[in-house]
Design a protein around this ligand. Structure first.
Ligand SMILES: Cc1cc2nc3c(=O)[nH]c(=O)nc-3n(C[C@H](O)[C@H](O)[C@H](O)COP(=O)(O)OP(=O)(O)OC[C@H]3O[C@@H](n4cnc5c(N)ncnc54)[C@H](O)[C@@H]3O)c2cc1C
Length: 410
């Protein structure tokens, strides 16, 4: 197998594989010009809770890819804040998958479409030269016209562009456990953001493991560079094991009995560059939603959008246009809003924001619909914004009982 190509994609996660699929679906002739290098061997683990809204899943469907992987189907979202517990049930809006299975299925689909993948090839360095890029890898030198950095949170391609890790980094600790009596119905994913001492939350997601429905639980703690000025608690030194351990203990589970899986995440930085003359970043290498750490759907959308640009503009011209194309897109706008909202969400306004959500449970329903790519009911959104605005202005009230919102009930 030759190792030089017009376009070399570094990293075979959802971003890199969707990008390849997006090109190959547009024109199978791309197969001759493309190469994907992946440092691991499929099926490979990717530490991730696997929650994927239909917004991301449907992009794969539009590319003609329907990965046949076990999934726990999600019919609603449950959120606990310091001011109450709310459940929104819009109907089927997402699924929880295992990344070891999803990514292998995407790689199979891409191979079937003609993609050359070299597994076990770790990129160590990428140098931009006049006529393209030179990649130093664990299997030797690779030459590329343009390099796509789809290599996730620890992106070597990003580092080779002289960029740092970004100002929004999260620490994440995850465990798999059995389901317990205190768990919510198995069609709900649950977020517990009731502890204001850190910027983040604990999650409980039903997850299919070896034919059995278990729970993936974990804690997401965001570190915001300079966030203290806005009242965002510093995540540094936070004791993820203790916090998650206490949460599990309240459910009769012992963290010492679980295999701890730790990883980082990178939030999107609106001001940061995502391309140079011969390199483009997609997926978590560029940055994902810092508020929730959601990144699979974003990675898929990054890949699909980059594929479209590469096909339309051509390999040589695409990097120069990528920054503007991303910023002008729905994805860029969504990431911009979420990044800018971090100090508001996790800073001094947090109690007021919780009051807004407590006063307007239909906003959670709108959020679940957005995640699930379900049609919005704009009248309800308007009403929710008005209710939420009033709740925000009034500020926190004593703990509310909670609510359950479902289309049938409205
Ligand atoms: C604990 C945890 C839970 C999460 N839960 C969720 C969730 O429930 N829902 C959600 O939407 N998001 C979740 N995320 C975020 C999500 O996992 C990522 O944002 C998403 O995987 C990003 O996709 P990607 O394709 O950009 O990168 P990745 O999925 O990280 O893929 C990058 C690929 O590049 C390869 N690679 C890396 N370096 C090199 C190199 N030097 N050379 C060659 N190959 C390389 C890797 O092996 C990997 O295959 C979670 C993250 C964590 C850590």
């Amino acid at each position: 197998m030759g190792t030089d190509a017009d376009l070399v994609i570094v990293g075979g996660g959802p971003a890199g594989l969707t990008l390849a699929l997006g090109l190959l679906r547009r024109d199978p002739a791309w197969a001759r010009r493309l190469l994907l290098v992946e440092k691991a061997h499929y099926p490979r683990e990717k530490l991730c809770a696997g929650g994927l809204g239909e917004r991301g899943w449907s992009i794969l469907g539009r590319l003609g890819v329907v990965p046949e992987v076990p999934a726990a189907l999600v019919g609603g979202i449950s959120v606990c804040s310091a001011l109450g517990h709310h459940i929104a049930r819009p109907g089927l809006c997402g699924r929880v998958v295992r990344r070891v299975e999803l990514d292998a299925a995407l790689a199979d689909a891409a191979r079937l479409a003609g993609l050359r993948i070299i597994e076990g090839c770790a990129v160590k360095e990428v140098d931009e030269v006049a006529e393209g890029c030179t990649l130093q890898t664990s299997i030797g030198e690779v030459k590329a016209g343009v390099v796509i950095g789809a290599d996730g949170v620890g992106s070597v391609v990003r580092r080779s562009m002289g960029l740092d890790g970004g100002g929004l980094r999260a620490q994440v600790l995850e465990v798999d456990t059995p389901r317990v009596a205190a768990d919510l119905p198995a069609d709900l994913i649950h977020f517990d953001a009731s502890d204001r001492s850190y910027a983040g939350y604990i999650w409980d997601f039903p997850t299919p493991i070896d034919g059995e429905l278990r729970m993936c639980r974990g804690i997401y703690v965001l570190n915001v560079k300079g966030g203290e000025a806005d009242g965002v608690p510093s995540g540094d030194g936070h004791k993820l094991v203790e916090l998650l351990g206490a949460y599990l203990a309240a459910r009769g589970l012992h963290i010492a009995d679980c295999r701890h899986k730790r990883f980082g995440e990178r939030g999107y930085a609106p001001a940061g560059p995502v391309a140079t003359a011969r390199r483009m970043l997609v997926g978590e290498a560029a940055g994902i939603d810092p508020i929730t750490g959601e990144g699979i759907a974003q990675a898929i959308e990054y890949g699909a959008r980059a594929a479209r640009l590469l096909h339309e503009a051509g390999v040589e011209a695409a990097p120069a246009a990528w920054q503007a194309r991303l910023r002008g897109s729905r994805l860029g706008w969504d990431l911009w809003v979420r990044s800018r909202a971090v100090p508001w969400f996790y800073g001094r306004s947090r109690p007021r924001l919780e009051a807004a959500f407590a006063a307007a449970p239909r906003m959670l329903l709108a959020g679940a619909r957005h995640w699930g790519a379900l049609p919005q009911r704009w009248g309800q959104v308007g009403l929710g914004l008005a209710e939420g605005g009033l709740g925000y202005l009034r500020g926190p009230r004593p703990m509310l009982q909670g609510s359950e919102a479902a289309p049938a009930a409205r």
